[in-house]
Ligand binder design. Sequence first.
Ligand code: CP
Ligand code: NVA
Length: 325
Amino acid sequence: MYATPLAPANPLQGRSFLEPADLSTDELGGILRLAHELKAGVAPSARTLLRGRTLALLFEKPSLRTRVSFEVAITTLGGEALFAAGNEMLVGTRESPEDAARVLSRYVDAIVVRTHAHEPLERFARAASIPVINGLSARAHPCQALADILTIEERFGSVAGLRVVYLGDGRNNVAHSLAQAVVMLGGSMRFATPLSHRPSQAMLAHLAKLGAGRGGEARAFTDPIRALRGADVVYTDVWTSMGDEHLHERNSAMLLPYAVTQASFTYAASHAIFMHCLPAHRGQEVAAGVIDGTRSLVFDQAENRLHAQKALLLALMTDGKGTTL
Ligand code: CP
Ligand code: NVA
């Protein structure tokens, strides 16, 4: 049982989670706190909290971490996972996202979806009567962001006041979700990208709004060295995301100056950590000496997917009793 008192009701129960900004800062903080507690093993009763519940995983793209960590998470909380892979589940060729969501809502208790465009996922979530979790879309990878923040908090205690620098494709899912979570928690998010890969003006304006009043801010740079100076966290992701393979050559040429090398990493603070959501390409977006070096936390990040998602499932699928939600 947890040391802190139980909340009378869990406002997250039944909700969907498509990106970090779907949550209030307090809700995000509550999930993270529970994730820390689950990782510390102070919740023996959690083993049965999802007994008899089924989590469906609908994946239109490959996955190692997201699939396995969700399957282990639901199983260790007493429930069951059902995995379905396909290419056309949400694109509307057989049926609309709305019909698919209504049908699945009658079979299972929550759904994790990994898909291409974000908009059909939003339609799917709106029509579902059960929680829908974004397991990665073109716009967002919110479960990765939960694990990223958990990892940063483990190292630094809090994200507030930290400088998080993301190099590479600033328009991708991982960059967007990390940035939302960082500014919501009062951190400073810096993007180092060519103009072609800078987050959209709409996204930068959204991040400014999200961070306002909490000390959070987002800034975009084209010079990677200027962006890296004083960084507490240095983060990168693949240069070409799944589904964008036709852009690989162009991206590789344009993003080369933004590779995290042993030389560029020296511009970060002396205590800086390196992060990457994985899978990684050594010798492209990051040098082997950095990702395999002592300052790299990439495997803690990968482990933290499991703890963060256990907390998320409890938040969305239970009334919060027996947890600190
Ligand atoms: N980081 C991540 O989401 O990994 P997978 O694509 O293997 O799930
Ligand atoms: N941006 C990457 C993340 C993989 C976990 C992709 O979408 O392929």
